[in-house]
Design a protein around this ligand. Structure first.
Ligand code: ZN
Length: 135
């Protein structure tokens, strides 16, 4: 892992939070993307070299809907950039971490992603993400 790629924040209403975060960061979101398989709609902001991802649930079974129910709005996950997600998953499994997606899946923002179970990481949901190279 070589840097924090983005922070994921669970929100109830993406439109309202887009306005709020545009004011906070002084810049508009640069994309909105729905990940139907996860039941989420996301928007992305850049803040200097860093990114913030806002996540809204699109159905009641979405992990974001469940998170909002349990914990309310707030920081949902920390995503770390990795160069080789398959190697990193195998390294972390070797260290005893529980990987929720042994086979990385396609996430938002052109990334292959995998999550670690928060039970093993002090209740922090950790996302690994690897940029999908074009061509
Ligand atoms: Zn994320």
């Amino acid at each position: 892992m070589h840097k924090i790629e983005h922070l994921g924040i669970a929100v109830k209403n993406l439109e309202e939070s887009n306005i709020l975060f545009a004011k906070l960061l002084g810049t508009e979101h640069y994309k909105i993307e729905e990940v139907a398989s996860e039941g989420v709609r996301t928007s992305f902001f850049k803040s200097g070299p860093n990114k913030v991802e806002l996540l809204e649930a699109t159905n009641a079974d979405s992990p974001i809907a469940k998170f909002l129910e349990k914990k309310g709005e707030g920081i949902h996950h920390i995503a770390f950039a990795v160069d080789d997600i398959v190697a990193e998953i195998s390294r972390l499994k070797g260290e005893g971490f529980k990987v929720l997606n042994e086979i990385p899946k396609k996430g938002a923002d052109n990334k292959l992603v995998a999550f670690l179970h928060p039970k093993g990481t002090n209740d922090v949901l950790v996302e690994l993400c690897q940029e999908i190279k074009e061509g």
